[in-house]
Structures are given as C-alpha cells and as structure tokens.
Design a protein around this ligand. Structure first.
Ligand code: ATP
Ligand code: MG
Length: 376
C-alpha cells in the first residue's frame, strides 16, 4: 500500500500558511489490511480510518458515481486497484487535488500548482456538478482566500450556474447550508461567501434571507470590519440583518429553517429590535434611557449577549458614518458591570417583599447609573 498526504494540508503548505489538519489517502489497500495494521474504522458512508497513534484520517482511495440527488446521492467504490489519479479527479478544486508522497514529492495530475500560482479556484472535472455541497465549499474557500487574491475561475462559476439552473442546489438541506455558512462567517472575507453564491444564482435558492448581504454595500463593509476586528461569528451574522427593515417574524422563520443555535438567533433578534434604540441611547446617554436599554435587552441577566450587541451597534455606526466614540461604548459596558454587582438579596434582607424588591433594585441601579454618568 502507498500513503499520500492530500487536500488542505498540501494546499496550505504550498501557500505557506499554517496547516490545520492532515488528510491522507491510501492506495492499494483493503479495509481488512487497514484494521490488521491497527487502524480504527470510522467512516459510515465510505472507508475512513484513524491512525492508531496520530488519530489522523486515512481514507481508502475511492471512485464515486452519482445515484440520486444532493450530497447523499452517491455510490462509492473502493478497491485496491483504484488509482491515485482516479481518487483525485473526484475532488472539488484543483488546489485541493494535489497529493504528496512520503518523500515529499508532489503528484499533481490536475495542475493544482498552476492554479495556486494563478490564484484560481477551479473545479477538477465535470464530476464537480454531481455534488451541490461543492458550491458552498467553493464560496467558503473564496471567502477564505480572497485576501490572498484568489477568485473563482470563470468556467467554474459557469458550471455552478448551470447546476443551480438545473435545480441541483435546491437539494441542499438547511443543516448543510448552515454548517458551511457558519464556517464561512469565520473566514477573513465573509462577505465574499455571499457574493460568490449570488454570482452563480445560488444565494436566492439556499439563503434567500441573506440576499441583501451580497449587494448591500453597508452589510459588506460591516462584515469586512467585523472580520478585521476578529469579532464573533454571531456578531457577523447579526450584522447581515442590521441595515434593512426586517420583521421579527422573518427572523423567526430564518432561524427555524436553518435551526440556528440560540446564540445566533438571539443576537439577530436583539439587533433587529434594538439597534436604533441602542444608538440613540448612546447618543443622549441619560440615566433613564440607559436603564431602559439594559432592561429591554435583558442585559442584567445576559451581559455577554449585550456586549455583542454593543459591537454590532459600534460597527453599524462606523459604516453608516455616524460613529459612536469608543469611550461611550466602553462606558455603557462598564456601567452595566457596576449595576450587575447589586443584587436583589440586599433588598430582601432589608425586608422588602414581592414586587417591591424589583422596584428597589431598579431605583438603586438608576442611582448607580446617574452617579456613574456624572463621574466625569
Ligand atoms: P480545510 O482547511 O477546511 O480542512 P480541506 O480542503 O482540507 O480544507 P476538508 O473538508 O478537510 O477540506 O476535505 C479534505 C479534502 O477532501 C479536500 O481538500 C477535497 O480534496 C476533498 N473534499 C472534501 N469534501 C469534498 C466534496 N464535497 N467534494 C469533493 N471533494 C471534497
Ligand atoms: Mg482538511
């Protein structure tokens, strides 16, 4: 048997960027031989094994044939006579289809190195069109490598367009769409994920709720700024909803459809409901307005989420050319911290009962806010 390093590890080494994980392909072996060598089988759909020591993934070379629609519609074939070239040709992009042997020699039958040099994201073969997930992957790689100067090859964009027109993108299940979107949001040019999908007409099929993220310049700038500042992916997604008038019902439908984790959906809800209020509160900065903002956003109980909202509002201000001074944002955060140190227990101990406890706590917090605001 022969073992080759493949995929992202070879690509990233050639790009001179840190390698995240090693994927290996094994030629001329069988599941029995792998198990006898101590490898642990893990693949459900196709034979993938974990190395007994390094726990890295070793996949038996395979070919595949389309047998239905979408990502699941494949029949895989592995046998000791599947060649490296046959395995590489079913991969998505040429830059992901370079293999390296034990002595560091590259096997590159589909000219991945040339595309690395020309900064092209190009499909390996027409088999690309058999898996719509590849459209999302290409958009994600475009978002990741945009800052290095990469773009989608014209033929690949055409092929993706044809796939969408043929109805293939509609087979992508929301779970996979969200998985890829969540990863794309963490990349260095998240907005390029949306523009790449829009360019091949896939955005309106897979993420119709985010169509404006591809053409609203404010959202694009906000996404780039949030990436520059390495802000959380929750903040990045919320910014996609910060500039248009959006109803709470449409946010709800979007969150339900994609089964968004609550950290994401809650911040979108806060953004849609309270960005304007937060902005005007911070412009005027009165005690009464500030406590109102904390209460409406449940900031006393959910301070981390509130701090994320402050970041959303900060970026919103920057791109709409109505920036909030950083000192104001920091103050609103630190006053919240002061207020959170007061607890209801104090008032229980003073003998207050029922509703009075909350009322007293609110009075004390308002006083605290006013003292803090008049401090300097
Ligand atoms: P990352 O740095 O994100 O890990 P990667 O290129 O290594 O990038 P993986 O998802 O780890 O991506 O997949 C490893 C390799 O498997 C890819 O480089 C590609 O060759 C191939 N691959 C993965 N998913 C697909 C797919 N849906 N269609 C075709 N090839 C794929
Ligand atoms: Mg990988």
């Amino acid at each position: 048997m022969k073992v080759y390093l493949v995929g992202g590890a070879v690509r990233d080494k050639l790009l001179g960027i840190p390698v995240k994980d090693n994927d290996w392909v094994v030629i001329g072996s069988t599941p029995d031989e792998m198990i006898n060598k101590g490898f642990q089988p893990v693949g459900q759909d196709f034979p993938v094994f974990l190395h007994p020591k390094t726990k890295e993934e070793y996949a038996l070379a395979r070919t595949e044939r389309k047998s239905g629609h979408g990502y699941a519609g494949f029949t895989f074939h592995t046998s000791p006579d599947v060649t490296l070239e046959e395995d590489l040709i079913r991969r998505d992009l040429t830059i992901n289809a370079i293999a390296e042997n034990e002595t560091g020699q590259l096997v590159d039958p589909y000219n991945g190195q040339q595309d690395l040099a020309n900064k092209q994201l190009r499909h390996v073969s027409p088999a690309f069109q058999e898996d719509p997930l590849r459209i999302l992957r290409v958009a994600r790689f475009a978002a990741r490598f945009h800052t290095l100067g990469f773009s989608v090859a014209t033929e690949t964009n055409q092929l993706m367009k044809a796939m969408v027109a043929g109805g293939e993108a509609a087979w992508l299940v929301p779970e996979r769409v969200w998985q890829e979107t969540a990863r794309a949001l963490t990349e260095s040019s998240p907005s390029v994920f949306f523009t790449t999908l829009a360019q091949c007409d896939a955005l309106s099929v897979v993420l119709p709720e985010l169509e404006s993220s591809a053409d609203n310049k404010l959202i694009q700038q906000a996404l780039e700024l949030s990436a520059e500042n390495q802000l959380d992916p929750e903040i990045r997604l919320a910014l996609c909803f910060a500039f248009d008038d959006i109803t709470t019902q449409s946010v709800k439908d979007f969150a339900n459809r994609l089964k968004l984790p609550s950290l994401f959906s809650e911040l979108i809800n806060l953004t849609v409901a309270h960005t304007k209020l937060a902005k005007s509160t911070m412009d005027s900065l009165s005690g009464e307005a500030l406590i109102g903002l904390y209460e409406k956003t449940d900031a006393f109980r959910r301070p981390d989420r509130f701090l994320q909202l402050l970041k959303v509002v900060g970026i919103h201000g920057q791109v709409t050319k109505q920036p909030l001074p950083k000192t104001t944002i920091d103050r609103v955060a630190s006053i919240l911290e002061h207020c959170r140190k007061m607890s209801a227990r104090e008032f229980v101990e003073q003998g207050y009962k029922g509703k009075e406890i909350g009322e007293q706590l609110r009075i004390a917090r308002t006083q605290q806010i006013n003292v803090s605001l008049s401090d300097d």
